[in-house]
Design a protein around this ligand. Sequence first.
Ligand code: SAH
Length: 466
Amino acid sequence: MLLSLSTTHEPATDLGYLLAKHPDRVQEFDLAFGQARVFYPQADATRCTAVLLLDIDPIGLVRGRGDGSEGPLAQYVNDRPYVASSFLAVAIARVFGSALAGTSKGRQELADQAIPLQVEVPVLRARGGARVVRDCFEPLGYRVDADPLPLDTRFPEWGDSCYLHLRLSGNQRLRDLLAHLYVLLPAIDGDKHYFVGDDEVEKLLDKAGSWLAAHPQRDWIALRYLKHRRSLVRATLARLLDADEDEVDAVETAREAAEEAIERPLSLNEQRMGAVLAVLRQSGARRVVDLGCGEGRLLGLLLKERQFERILGVDVSLRALDIAQERLHLDRLAPLQRERLQLVQGALTYRDARLAGFDAACAIEVIEHLDPPRLAAFERCVFEFARPGIVIVTTPNAEYNVLFDTLPSGRMRHPDHRFEWTRAEFETWAHDVATRRGYSVRLLPVGPQDAHLGAPTQMALFSRDA
Ligand code: SAH
């Protein structure tokens, strides 16, 4: 694993002073889990690059643990030596300790100054993809290039892996940049090699106290950094916001309410959820699965109604599921409530036994996220294998897009949409599926209707033939 750090601030070789590592020498450090080396592939007046190379000893890791919980092979064969993770964070703190603390013997003024810096991390595991990485670094003022790495270059059709190549650049004080990496790399990676105990809160506050409070992804970062230890997360947020823990909950609620108020006059989402809920209530369904549940908006509404005895949320995105779990306060629900709801990660394009046995399935604003060739797999997964009594599918009506003031013409509503269908296109698809799979289908408009262009959202309500 390596991390490279460059500057073009002249004389660039001053980077050696800032890091307290002489550009002419290779220096070595012994760490509990392996060895770190620092060297400079380039050191001249206009550009200087320092590399922190980390050799993790996989056998050494096993010796320290050896509980065998991940199976004997996983202890030896895993991605840890090759990715940026909490190991790298520990190495940064050990090897660049004084720079992280913001001190420099020969160049204190420079250490206190923002200078152009670039970082390169060849392999970072990011299960949530490039978007998560951008959401973490961009608000801190970085330009982010996060390129997904293919699973196997010999088989491009297998697609991308969950690893990516990261490049950051920005004007930063070196101490801030190192602190950002120290906190965000392990948070994005999502795995911590050591036990997360109370002193982690101190580490997080020490390294992130000055910037995390205002970060839009604050809660997610704290949750991931503290490995989902919620009591620690609450304590951290309370101290970041300088409030007590009850107040933190109150602040959260107020923030959500403010957001809702802004959206209220045009909340198509609310109308959509209302329409779906009405259909579900009317159908008498007791067991409901929400396919592509996202951040759990529908799940929250279902939980409030006794009719729904068993609720399952499925999504391919762990990040969305993390957020859903937070939003729904799953850890604070009474046990009986908690038993009604389950969240699982899954792809809707593979047969999945967990999806069977439901009265109703919803796929709200999901199909347009699937590549058209994968629609057939979705169809089989839902209508052939899971086969619930009713299926509710919603998707944008492309014809309506010209009525959105802020949407440039010809553009889709969301960058991740693979297609947006006209009413005729959706109807054709829905009728074909119903005929092939033994369902009947009705199409319904959702939202304010335009006489010519229809409603912004279209809904198909499938009912299984008797
Ligand atoms: N139904 C939610 C979220 C809609 S966004 C709502 O209306 O608020 C679409 C969701 O589908 C995202 O959360 C995305 O992660 C999920 N998704 C996309 N492709 C998927 C797939 N193949 N399997 C499971 N979930 C998928």
